[in-house]
Design a protein around this ligand. Sequence first.
Ligand SMILES: [Zn+2]
Length: 83
Amino acid sequence: MMFFMDGCNKVTEQASDYLDGNMSLPKRLKMRIHLLICNHCRNFVHQLEITIGAIKGLGCTKPVSDEDVEDQVKKLIEARKRE
Ligand SMILES: [Zn+2]
């Protein structure tokens, strides 16, 4: 059963690849199984999905780098906390 289980750290690291569809099928399946059983990571991925959707919805025409996304994600999370 451990084969199917990724740690939460790994899921957090790979969450943006997962949302981009930039992930092999076996990895995706492991991720999905983890998300089914782990409430914490499910919330995290959901939050990230909303945030990335918001960034892409801002009309960025240039490709967004991982650093940009990470930066924006942090800013948006901070901004949300202050609301
Ligand atoms: Zn988890």
